[in-house]
Design a protein around this ligand. Structure first.
Ligand SMILES: Cc1ncc(COP(=O)(O)O)c(C=O)c1O
Length: 367
């Protein structure tokens, strides 16, 4: 198997246009030369040192993330789930430092959310389906109705809470964006009760929605931001960005990771982040509009959700049937719950997009 740009070839040489990017990872497509070069240079210099030592790529990546978001501190791990674990630790310690005990350790998450597959992040995930087989699960999470600020407030009043954690667009939950007013309400509530607002940007981050991070579409700043997937360009990385309020919460020894901040992964991530500029972001918005225009009015298409190049399609034909039919015709699409999910590389060409969307539309219309 091999890939180049938005195209991949299987072991028989069959070609595919990839509208999934390895689940939102390959934002510059396969075989991204600049990323490869940055990683190779670092592999020759120092591939690994552990985060007991400062390395230049790790410091540079943290600096870039902070400059671009206004956050103050960064902890690097190796996946989205680990970034979220770190965020929950920050929130619980923030409350512990304030109250002197664990009375405010509960984290409010949203129904239909997804936050990863470690035991604590399965608990954080607000879907019953993920709360089976592997119990006992980590306590300390309660689930609010999505887009219902009254329910979030009720939970904040009934429990000793330290944070609200949310995806701005619920990816695995079917590409369902939060409403603007709801996000504003969470921010207000967190300020009122001195809880941390944690935004999970694992899937939505790094340019995917047409802004660097999806919370930037909502004009509200979180206290903690987690990101992974696209940041690594294909190597494992996770980052927990901590804003001013909780910047001094974790001290040396409170958290750690052997591979976290790996210099080769960080060098690649620097090359990714440096290239997510306004030109790329506006092209993401244009490509999004192109997909929506091309699919609008298709027979069998009930609705389109999402932002930028993170789109969900509600269809009459089942999403898995459409995904299999597209695969047979050389187009890779994903599914999320009952929807077809599109997460193409941000650099996919107009021709590739046109070719893939034409096939997708034909398969949607084959009701
Ligand atoms: C919103 C969100 N959070 C967390 C995760 C978990 O990330 P990882 O698989 O890198 O642990 C995912 C993965 O799909 C995700 O979409």
């Amino acid at each position: 198997m091999k890939g180049k740009g938005a195209r991949a070839w299987d072991e028989n040489g069959r070609e595919y246009i990839d509208l999934g990017s390895g689940i939102a990872v390959n934002i510059f497509g396969y075989g991204d030369e600049k990323w490869k070069q940055a990683v190779e240079v670092q592999l020759d210099l120092l591939p690994h040192s552990s985060n007991l030592y400062h390395t230049e790529p790790c410091a540079r990546l943290a600096q870039l993330l902070c400059e671009k978001t206004g956050m103050k501190k960064v902890f690097f791990g190796n996946s989205g789930a680990e970034a979220n674990e770190c965020a929950v630790k920050v929130a619980r310690k923030y409350a512990f430092d304030k109250y002197g005990d664990e009375s405010h350790s509960t984290v409010i998450t949203l129904k239909n959310s997804f936050h990863g597959r470690t035991l604590a992040m399965l608990s954080a995930t607000g879907q019953d389906h993920f709360h089976q087989y592997f119990g006992p699960f980590t306590p300390g999470f309660v689930y609010a109705e999505t887009n219902d600020i009254k329910d979030v407030r009720r939970l904040a009043e009934e429990n000793g809470c330290c944070a609200v954690m949310a995806e701005m667009i619920q990816g695995e939950g079917g590409v369902m964006p939060l409403s603007y007013g709801f996000v504003k309400g969470i921010r207000q509530l967190c300020d009122e009760k001195d809880m941390l607002f944690i935004v999970d940007e694992v899937q939505t981050g790094n340019g995917r929605t047409g802004r660097l991070y999806s919370y930037m579409n909502f004009e509200r700043t979180p206290d903690v931001v987690t990101t992974a997937k696209g940041l690594g360009g294909g190597l494992p990385i996770g980052a927990c960005l901590i804003g001013e309020k909780a910047q001094n919460t974790l001290g040396p020894g409170d958290h750690g990771s052997t591979f976290g901040g790996n210099p080769a992964a960080c060098a690649g991530a620097v090359s990714i982040l440096e290239r997510i500029d306004e030109k790329l972001l506006s092209s993401v918005r244009e490509k999004s509009a192109f997909i929506i225009d091309s699919l609008n009015g298709a027979k069998g298409l009930k609705s389109i959700s999402g932002m930028g190049l993170m789109l969900g399609l509600e269809t009459e034909r089942s999403a898995s049937e459409i995904a299999s039919a597209c695969l047979k015709r050389g187009v890779l699409v994903l599914t999320a719950k009952t929807r077809v999910r599109l997460l193409p590389p941000l650099t996919i060409s107009s021709d590739e997009l046109k070719q893939a969307v034409t096939i997708l539309r034909e398969e949607i219309e084959r009701v």
